[in-house]
Design a protein around this ligand. Sequence first.
Ligand SMILES: [Zn+2]
Length: 70
Amino acid sequence: MKCQYCYSGPAEDATKTWALIPLCEPHYQEIRSETMDYYKKRITYEDRKAYHRISHRIPWSRVNMEDDWK
Ligand SMILES: [Zn+2]
């Protein structure tokens, strides 16, 4: 699988997954550290820029749940 975050340029091979989404190592680390900041309340849900790049692909993400409620 290719990294689902490498949206511009050639995608790297995914070596990790985040919420079942294949990611390359650098992007996995980016989302991981961003999520840590979120849980420590350093950033808001809306500030999770890296996460939101892939959140629409995560079946149980808040984005998709909100779609269900509309
Ligand atoms: Zn990547």
